[in-house]
Design a protein around this ligand. Structure first.
Ligand SMILES: [Zn+2]
Length: 163
């Protein structure tokens, strides 16, 4: 999203050359730039201590997906990853490690891919989730078919696991 008006004062923005950034939208009244904006989200490959992968089904969609969610203002991405997994699955989270990021142009979202380790256990899913289940690696690859970021994170995880 490119700003045309200042979100603080409503002034129509002009543009100004700002060092290496080149031309950026600029508010003459507030004397500050407004960089193009996008949402930042986490997407979590959830793996249990016994090596099972947790996938969700949501919003009546057929294929399975990973836990995902928006980063809140003031929250660091690791915390978001752990919070979202705990909220959506009800599992006990052990750790979150950054794997790889993706830009999802269709929704103007920067997706930060995490590997989130959890304890084995029973699901206690949130109302946002239709169903959660445990999958072996190969089953997970089949189940997320069509969801390209999930697919790429699984590949990344497998490459790391065999190093
Ligand atoms: Zn302004």
């Amino acid at each position: 999203m490119r700003f045309r008006f200042c979100p603080e004062c409503g002034n129509q923005l002009s543009s100004r050359v700002l060092g290496d950034e080149g031309e950026v939208p600029w508010c003459e009244k507030c004397n500050r730039p407004w960089f193009d904006m996008f949402s930042t989200c986490v997407i979590c490959l959830v793996v249990s201590e016994s090596g099972k992968i947790c996938l969700l089904r949501q919003y009546n969609i057929d294929h399975h997906v990973f836990v995902a969610g928006y980063i809140k203002d003031g929250e660091c991405a690791e915390k978001t990853a752990m919070r979202e997994v705990a909220e959506e699955t009800g599992l006990n989270v052990i750790s979150a490690r950054f794997l790889k990021s993706f830009f999802y142009e269709k929704r103007d979202q920067l997706m930060l891919g995490f590997l989130v380790r959890v304890k084995d256990g029973e699901f206690n899913i949130s109302s946002e989730v239709d169903e959660a289940g445990w999958f072996d690696f190969d089953e997970a690859v089949m189940a997320v078919r069509g969801a390209s970021i999930c697919d790429k994170l699984l590949t990344e995880y497998k490459a790391g696991a065999t190093k």
